[in-house]
Ligand binder design. Structure first.
Ligand code: GDP
Length: 297
């Protein structure tokens, strides 16, 4: 069964970018994501982002918004990439300016390069007396990563995730980077996307956060992810509010799966529940057979 059809050019509409934050431990990824989440509350929208559902969307202005993968550390990103999922459009590489380019910084950069992800560099902890962003610029150029202010192609922004200094400027640069990609998706079809996280929740059953990439997911839709099927019982956004539907680049919690799919699993809205169940069962059977085969060898 072909679950994903090609879109006609005229059906494609602009969509928001999906951004991931990567970098060395303690360089400020969590602080940056936390600040952005809080800053969004100030923009006057009803209800703050109260839930950690693995991703959230922030509005920059009336037209522009950015969806952040709220999974600091690149474990989730790595897991997803290992499963062949390409979720992110732009990477923010956070580097503490009072430190140096560290092993996980290099790893993050290499991940982004391998995935062909545009990068924007955030030189963090600029409030600290020891901050020396030029030293970082030098170290990056030694890795063939030449920053814009030195004639290269990579945008950088000096920030403080602690005070919030220049984070607005960072988001503008990320948005600019994303605009170059001319991201588009067809919102008028069955939803397709990626599972960000999933777990069994006491009282609510299996809860999965999915990032819709194209199409629109609605309450009542038959769904399929990995070897699990179901039907959407309810959808919640990152503010904990019930929503009726979720379109391209929207992160949403889905209630109604018969099990917990894995991070990075492809997610599809399907024609009917029996069809979803049939495909899920076939996949499960395939997994078992493969499992048996690897055991024999
Ligand atoms: P992560 O491991 O990359 O997620 O880093 P965290 O966000 O947990 O930050 C590690 C430590 O650095 C924490 O103690 C933060 O409070 C601190 N930190 C993060 N950003 C800044 C900053 O801009 N300035 C200062 N002074 N400290 C920061």
């Amino acid at each position: 069964v072909n679950l994903e059809e090609e879109d006609a050019e005229e059906d494609l509409l602009p969509r928001s970018p999906i951004v991931t934050v990567m970098g060395h431990v303690d360089h400020g990824k969590t602080s940056l994501l936390d600040f952005i989440r809080k800053a969004n509350v100030i923009s006057g929208e009803a209800g703050g982002i109260t839930q950690h559902i693995g991703a959230y969307e922030v509005k920059l202005d009336e037209e522009k918004s950015i969806t952040f993968l709220d999974t600091p550390g690149h474990e989730a990103f790595t897991a997803m990439r290992a499963r062949g999922a390409k979720v992110t459009d732009v990477a923010i590489i956070v580097i503490a300016a009072d430190d140096t380019v560290m092993p996980q910084t290099t790893e993050a950069i290499n991940h982004a390069l391998a995935a062909n992800l545009p990068m924007v560099f955030a030189f963090n902890k600029m409030d600290k007396p020891g901050a020396n962003p030029d030293k970082i610029r030098e170290q990056l150029s030694a890795m063939n990563i030449l920053v814009e202010e030195w004639g290269g192609k990579y945008q950088t922004q000096e920030i403080s995730a602690k005070s919030g200094m220049n984070i607005d400027k960072l988001l503008e640069k990320v948005s600019l980077e994303a605009e170059l990609l001319e991201l588009k998706a067809n919102p008028n079809k069955r939803a397709v996307g990626t599972v960000i996280e999933a777990q069994l929740d006491k009282g609510r059953g299996y809860v999965a956060t999915v990032l819709v990439e194209a199409g629109t997911l609605k309450v009542g839709d038959p769904i399929l992810a990995g070897s699990y099927s179901g039907r959407v019982k309810a959808l919640y956004n990152e503010r904990g509010s019930r929503v009726e539907k979720a379109g391209p680049a929207a992160p949403v919690q889905v209630l109604g799966f018969q099990g917990a799919p894995q991070a990075g699993d492809r997610f599809n809205g399907v024609e009917s529940e029996p069809e979803a169940r049939e495909i899920a069962n076939k996949r499960l059977q395939l997994q078992r057979e493969q499992g048996l085969r690897t055991q024999k060898h």
